[in-house]
Design a protein around this ligand. Structure first.
Ligand code: IPD
Ligand code: CA
Ligand code: CA
Length: 264
């Protein structure tokens, strides 16, 4: 496939940042046994990757704004464009030496996400999508899974933890979903959960309490792969609602029905 100039800019920035993350991931394992642990080291790795992404994208597309997980909102002179960036999605995994983490970069133009890149450095998997041009994994076109029996579906989710999320609601939702599906997974990197739905490894996914940088690129990937995406209550704006549910048309619909039942 031939990459557009925009996609080349995005993938170049992401690959550059990924080299730094990958080097740091190699170090993290050595730090597991130290008394202080790898916490500070990982925050530094995260910030370093974000700096590389910001500098590369600013150079190639001056004036675009940013919504950065670490750096916050940066207004640009070009008010129709802004990047949504998670330099390290799956921080807890990274911190524990678990190879399930990614860089996620989405581009918003006039309120719509028009391009997305998610890169998994540990597995060298590059997921890309541009609006109207399909979704790709390492240059191969991807589609959501065709499975339409939820009893055979593998559904991923987020999991609240100490200090985060509505634990009681999650327990009700998990109880509602688990009785109907073939399996549930919690991988710990929202961007990759979405990328995996896009390429058919997962049949569906829901989570509450996400941010735009977790989802922007992944939402476009799923849609360009033929999938359906909404917020976790079935509304049309996951980025604003900060929740998500997705899958192929049938699994998405059934998943929403189960979540609705749980909410009462
Ligand atoms: C987190 C991961 C995780 C999800 C959390 C996110 P981070 O992002 O995507 O899977 O459950 O809600 O905050 O903190 O690792 O960038
Ligand atoms: Ca992050
Ligand atoms: Ca994240």
């Amino acid at each position: 496939m031939i990459r557009s100039p925009l996609m080349t800019v995005m993938t170049d920035a992401v690959m550059k940042a990924s080299r730094s993350l990958k080097r740091d991931f190699g170090e993290v394992e050595n730090l597991q046994v130290s008394r202080k642990g790898p916490g500070d080291f990982v925050s530094a790795a995260d910030r370093k990757a974000e700096k590389i992404l910001r500098e590369s994208l600013e150079k190639a597309r001056p004036g675009y704004g940013f919504i950065l997980e670490e750096g916050g909102v940066v207004e640009g002179t070009d008010t129709s464009h802004r990047w949504h960036i998670d330099p390290l999605d799956g921080t807890t995994n990274f911190l524990h030496g678990l190879p399930q983490f990614a860089i996620s970069v989405g581009l918003e133009r006039d309120g719509q996400i028009v391009a997305g890149v998610i890169y998994d450095p540990a597995k060298d998997e590059l997921f890309i999508a541009e609006k109207g041009k399909g979704a790709y994994l390492n240059n191969r076109r991807i589609r959501v899974a065709a499975r339409n029996d939820i009893a055979e579906a593998v559904i991923a989710c987020g999991l609240p933890h100490i200090g985060k999320g509505d634990h009681a609601l999650w327990l009700r939702e998990a109880a509602a979903v688990m009785g109907y599906v073939g399996g549930m997974r919690r991988w710990g990197a929202a961007a990759l959960d979405l990328a995996y739905v896009a390429c058919g490894r997962l049949d569906g996914y829901w989570e509450r309490g996400l941010s735009s940088w977790d989802m922007a690129a992944g939402i476009l990937l799923v849609r360009e792969a033929g999938g359906f995406v909404s917020d976790a209550d079935g509304g049309s704006d996951p980025l604003t609602k900060k929740t998500i549910a997705c899958g192929n048309e049938i699994i998405h619909r059934e998943l929403l029905a189960l979540l609705k039942k749980a909410k009462g």
